[in-house]
Design a protein around this ligand. Structure first.
Ligand code: TXE
Length: 488
C-alpha cells in the first residue's frame, strides 16, 4: 500500500477535456467522505454544460479528422499500451479504491483492479479477429457490410467497482473507434482522475477521450446532448429508466447495466457446506455492493434448516475491518446515503415478518465511525417482501424456501430484475435444464467463474445490451451495407 498522500495528492478540481486538464469555469463543489471514517476527504469540482460542450466538440473534431475510419491496428496498439500503464499503476489504483469505496486493499487490488485490467485484455483479444469490412459473398466483392463507429459515446459509470466499469466501457469504445466522454461517479473522483492520467500517457489524439467530473445533472445533460450518439450507463434502475426515456428523443443507442437481485438456487443434492460458504461470500463481497451479488438464496426444503443454520454461522463469523488492512474481511459501504438505504431495507424486512438469524440494524460492533453494515441474514423471506425484490447493495442475504424445481424457476423468474442467477446442484442435467429456463443474462453453476470476455448484462429491469469482449465492442458499431463499390 502506498502512502495516503499518493491518493489524496490526486487533484479532483480539474477534468480532462480535449487533451487538456481544465478547471471548470463555474464548477460546482461536491464534498466526498471516507467511507471507513466518515471524515471529509476533499472537494470535487463538478463540470457544467460548458465543459460538456467542450468535450463533445473535441470528440466531434477528432472524428471529423478521421478517427475511427480505419486504423483498428492502431487502436489496438493504444489499448495494449494502456494495459501496460494500468499494470504499472495497479497499487495506486487499489489505494484509491480502498480510500474512496472502502474496499479492503487486497480485494481492491486483486478483484477490482484485476477485473478492470482483465476486461481491457478481453477487449484486445476480441479485437484480434474483428472484421470491420465484410464481403458476405466472395463471388460479389462489390457488396459489402461495413461496421462503423456509431458516433460520440457518453460513458456514465457508478462508484461500486469504479475502475472495472470504466474499463469495460473504455475498451469497447476505443476498439470500435467511437470517441468517448466519460462521466464517472462523483463519489470516486480520484480513481477516475488517475485513469484519465493513464490514458493521457498513451498519447491518444486529443478529443478521443475526455473525462468530465460531474453528478447526475451532467449525466442527464449527456443523455439529451445532440452531439452524443451512444450512451453506455451502469447504475440504478431508476436512472436507467430516465436515460432510456431521454435517449429516445433523438434515438440514441443505449446500453444499460442496471443491477439486479440475483437468485442463488440451492437444490437438495448440492454440496451444502460449499454452496452456503460460496453463496454468502458472493453476496457479501464488496460489502454487498455488486450488481450481480447473489443476494436472494432460494433453498430446497430438504436442506433448508441446515442451510439457514450454516448461513447464520458464516455471517456471524464474517470479519469486518478497515480498508487499508490486509486480509479477506469486509469494509464499509460507500456513503451515509447508502448506509441509510440498507438500514431502511433491513427495517422493512423486520416489519414484513422475515426471520432475522444474523446481523441486523445499526453500525457493526467495534466501529465508532464509518459506514459499516452488520453482515445480515434473513430466513423465511417471502417474494412479496421488499427485501426479496429490491437491490439492497449491502451485505444482506435473504433466504426463501422452495419445494420443487418448477417452483424454484417460477420464484427466480418472478423478479423484475434479470441480471444473473446461480445454480447449485449435483445433477448436471438439471443444471442445464434450469439454466435454460431462467430469464436472466448470466448463469453460473456450482461456483464456476465466467470466461474473460463472456457477455455481461441482463434482461428486464437489469437493462439492455451486453458489455465485455466482442459483445461490448458490437454495441458501439453501426452496420452499413454498401452495394456497388469495391473495398479500398
Ligand atoms: O446510483 P445512480 P446511486 C444501484 C444500487 C444502489 C442504487 C443507488 O442499488 O443502491 O443504485 O446508487 C449518474 N442521468 N446501483 O444513487 O444515481 C451518477 O452521477 C444520468 C447499481 O449511486 O444510478 C453516477 O455516475 N446519469 C449499480 C451513475 O449515474 C445520472 C451501480 C450511477 O448513479 C443521473 C450503482 C441522471 N439523471 C448503483 N443521475 C450497478 N448496476 O452495479 C445519476 N447519474
Amino acid at each position: 500500500m502506498a502512502t495516503e498522500d499518493a491518493v489524496t495528492d490526486i487533484r479532483i478540481d480539474q477534468s480532462y477535456i480535449g487533451g487538456r486538464w481544465i478547471t471548470p469555469e463555474n464548477g460546482v463543489p461536491f464534498a466526498v467522505h471516507e467511507p471507513a471514517t466518515g471524515a471529509f476527504a476533499g472537494q470535487v469540482t463538478l463540470c457544467t454544460q460548458a465543459e460538456l460542450d467542450m468535450a463533445v466538440d473535441a470528440a466531434k473534431a477528432v472524428m471529423s479528422r478521421g478517427w475511427g475510419d480505419n486504423g483498428l491496428a492502431g487502436r489496438m496498439g493504444y489499448l495494449q499500451e494502456l494495459i501496460r500503464v494500468l499494470g504499472d499503476e495497479q497499487d495506486r489504483f487499489a489505494d484509491c479504491i480502498a480510500f474512496e469505496v472502502g474496499a479492503p486493499i487486497d480485494f481492491a487490488l486483486k478483484q477490482q483492479v484485476g477485473a478492470a485490467i482483465g476486461h481491457l485484455q478481453a477487449s484486445l483479444a476480441a479485437a484480434q479477429g474483428l472484421e470491420l469490412d465484410v464481403t458476405p459473398d466472395p463471388a460479389m466483392p462489390e457488396h459489402r457490410e461495413r461496421f462503423e463507429p456509431a458516433g460520440v459515446a457518453g460513458l456514465i459509470t457508478p462508484w461500486n467497482w469504479p475502475l472495472n466499469q470504466i474499463a469495460l466501457k473504455f475498451g469497447s469504445a476505443l476498439i470500435s473507434g467511437c470517441p468517448m466522454i466519460l462521466k464517472p461517479s462523483e463519489y470516486t473522483p480520484r480513481t477516475s482522475v488517475l485513469f484519465a492520467r493513464c490514458v493521457e500517457r498513451i498519447g491518444l489524439p486529443d478529443g478521443v477521450f475526455s473525462m468530465v467530473l460531474g453528478n447526475g445533472r451532467i449525466g442527464s445533460a449527456m443523455t439529451s446532448h445532440k452531439g452524443i450518439r451512444v450512451i453506455s450507463f451502469t447504475g440504478s434502475t431508476a436512472v436507467g429508466r430516465q436515460i432510456a426515456t431521454a435517449a429516445a428523443q433523438d434515438f440514441k443507442r443505449v446500453i444499460l447495466e442496471l443491477g439486479g437481485k440475483s437468485p442463488n438456487i440451492l437444490f437438495g443434492d448440492c454440496d451444502v457446506e460449499t454452496a452456503v460458504r460460496q453463496g454468502l461470500a458472493h453476496c457479501f463481497r464488496n460489502a454487498g455492493q455488486s450488481c450481480n451479488a447473489a443476494s436472494l438464496m432460494l433453498v430446497q426444503d430438504t436442506i433448508y434448516d441446515r442451510v439457514v443454520a450454516l448461513a447464520a454461522e458464516v455471517a456471524r463469523e464474517t470479519p469486518l475491518g478497515m480498508p487499508e488492512q490486509a486480509g479477506q474481511h469486509l469494509g464499509p459501504v460507500i456513503s451515509k446515503t447508502q448506509f441509510d438505504r440498507v438500514q431502511t431495507l433491513i427495517g422493512s424486512a423486520l416489519e414484513q415478518g422475515a426471520r432475522l438469524v444474523a446481523g441486523g440494524q445499526g453500525r457493526a460492533e467495534g466501529f465508532g465511525a464509518g459506514y459499516f453494515v452488520r453482515p445480515t441474514v434473513f430466513a423465511d423471506v417471502r417474494m412479496d417482501m421488499r427485501i426479496a425484490r429490491e437491490e439492497v447493495f449491502g451485505p444482506v442475504q435473504s433466504i426463501v424456501r422452495f419445494s420443487t424445481e418448477e417452483e424454484a424457476i417460477a420464484l427466480a423468474n418472478s423478479q423484475d430484475h434479470g441480471l444473473a442467477a446461480y445454480i447449485q446442484t449435483g445433477d448436471p442435467v438439471r443444471a442445464d435444464r434450469v439454466a435454460r429456463k431462467l430469464d436472466v443474462g448470466m448463469v453460473q453453476v456450482n461456483g464456476n467463474s465466467r470466461l474473460p470476455g463472456a457477455p455481461f448484462g441482463g434482461t428486464k429491469s437489469s437493462g439492455i445490451g451486453r458489455e465485455s469482449g466482442i459483445w461490448g465492442i458490437r454495441e458501439y458499431l453501426e452496420i452499413k451495407s454498401i452495394s456497388g463499390a469495391a473495398r479500398q
